[in-house]
Ligand binder design. Structure first.
Ligand code: ACO
Length: 427
């Protein structure tokens, strides 16, 4: 703990403790501020507000550092697997060989969904956005798994977490299959988490599906890169929903809804659409000029980040993965060339330099996902699939915290002051 922060309002002086974490900026503990001074703090967008204490993920946006329980994302992406990272986030440590085997076995045994859940899909139009289906179907899980909705029981919380991580690939693949009119493919317990997802998505009952190990590895790495990201908008949504005691399936559905927006998880879809629209390196200057024009709402999608004021470390891993996938599939995509040149041009432009705008994780992910065969509408679904582990880990952390209270922000009210009702004939 550092020196107290001194604060003066209306001529009175107050002191508030300054708390230090293991990394990152100190925080001024203002929990008593309202009680003592009668004033609120004002921080729309929470740019200066720590909403919780957490041991899961640390980001140093200035240096471009991302750590999960201390381990750098680059090392996890290079050496680990999504199941290991899931264990790390949920259980606190990288697993031993026995723990790994137990954990993957548990997740594998939860991959099937209740047979009646299939009926939900028929209620959607075939052209429904798969994120719309995800919001509905994941929320509906609460109606199926009553034995894991008591949030005060740690064992039930862990079962719900396993169920969510395990069933998300099945639910996501079903959303895709429904949109293209193919039969749902049941999970295969012989396959890895990621291999199984690829088979449920791209396999058909009429023939055997052989998982391409290079694509499986690339996909697994994409899942690792999206597993958790501190108190981002969707994670904060999950925490806020969960703070009222809502069940975990409902909370994750809330997170999915928040992730869908183009300023968050929807950016990978928007980034690829933008790169395709640019189409040729010759047109890049026109789009850079538009992004800089204050009167034009256009922004370079996949660029900029609330926290990273340096290269997003996930974007560099993603860029390498694009090359690996292209080598494996022996494809070339002119969109990748547009992306590389756009990045170079933007990073040399004073507008982007001054505002510290760098490519984020979404800039390259769409190019890989498209090469693997996913339609753009599935991109955010894949993000939701991977982020589910972060969401449930953060939700568990919150519920286990003895100091946890319902999240209830206050406001700066600027509406009319008290006035008397006027009957309709006098208005
Ligand atoms: N293109 C052009 N200008 C930009 C961009 C961009 N992509 N991003 C930010 N700016 C400019 C803003 O116009 C603003 O300029 P000003 O100070 O002159 O008004 C300045 O940079 C700061 O931007 P803010 O919007 O205030 O920053 P904020 O932290 O609120 O927003 C966000 C961050 C939403 C990510 C923003 O950079 C953006 O819209 N990027 C494009 C969408 C995107 O890629 N989202 C993915 C985020 S990562 C993720 O969710 C996984």
């Amino acid at each position: 703990m550092g020196d107290n922060a001194k604060f003066s309002i209306n001529g009175d002086n107050y002191e508030y403790p300054v708390l230090s974490g293991t990394e990152g900026p100190d925080v001024v503990d203002i929990r008593k501020l309202y009680g003592q001074t009668g004033a609120f703090t004002y921080d729309p967008g929470f740019t200066s507000t720590a909403s919780c204490e957490s041991e899961l993920t640390f980001i140093d946006g200035g240096e471009g550092v991302l750590l999960h329980r201390g381990y750098p994302i680059e090392q996890l992406a290079e050496n680990s697997s999504f199941m290991e990272v899931a264990h790390l986030l949920l259980r606190g440590e990288l697993p031993t060989a026995d723990e790994y085997s137990d954990f993957t076995n548990t997740i594998t045994r939860h991959t099937m969904v209740h047979e009646q859940l299939r009926g939900f899909y028929q209620g959607f139009r075939r052209d429904a956005h798969p994120m719309a289906i995800m919001c509905g179907v994941v929320g509906a899980l609460s109606a199926f798994y009553h034995d894991s909705t008591d949030i005060n029981d740690p064992a039930q919380r862990m079962i719900a977490s396993h169920r969510l991580v395990a069933k998300m690939p099945t639910i996501a693949a079903m959303a895709y299959k429904y949109s293209i009119g193919q039969p749902f493919v049941y999970p295969d317990n012989e396959l890895s988490y990621t291999g199984n997802f690829l088979r449920m998505t791209f396999g058909v009952p009429a023939e055997e599906y052989v998982v391409n190990p290079a694509i499986e590895k690339a996909m697994d790495r994409i899942f690792i890169l999206h597993a958790d990201h501190e108190q981002n908008a969707s994670t904060s949504t999950v925490r806020l929903a969960g703070s009222s005691g809502a069940n975990p399936f409902a909370c994750i559905a809330a997170g999915i809804a928040c992730l869908w927006g183009p300023a968050h998880g929807g950016a990978n879809e928007a980034a690829l659409n933008m790169l395709k629209e640019i189409g040729h390196p010759d047109r890049i200057p026109e789009y850079i000029a538009r992004a800089k024009d204050k009167d034009d709402p256009f922004r370079l999608m996949g660029f900029g980040h609330r926290v990273y004021k340096n290269y997003d470390p996930r974007a560099s891993v993603m860029q390498e993965t694009v090359r690996e996938v292209f080598d494996t599939l022996k494809v070339k995509d002119p969109v990748f060339e547009v992306a590389l040149q756009l990045e170079e041009m933007a990073l040399n432009d004073p507008y982007f330099i001054d505002k510290k705008l760098f490519p984020n994780v979404d800039f390259y992910s769409g190019i890989i996902l498209s090469a693997i065969g996913f339609p753009t509408s599935m991109f955010t679904v894949l993000f939701a699939l991977a982020r589910t582990v972060g969401w449930v880990a953060q939700w568990n952390e919150m519920i286990s915290d003895p100091g946890q209270r319902i999240g209830r922000p206050r406001q700066l009210y600027t509406g009319p002051t008290k006035r008397d009702y006027v009957s309709i004939d006098k208005r």
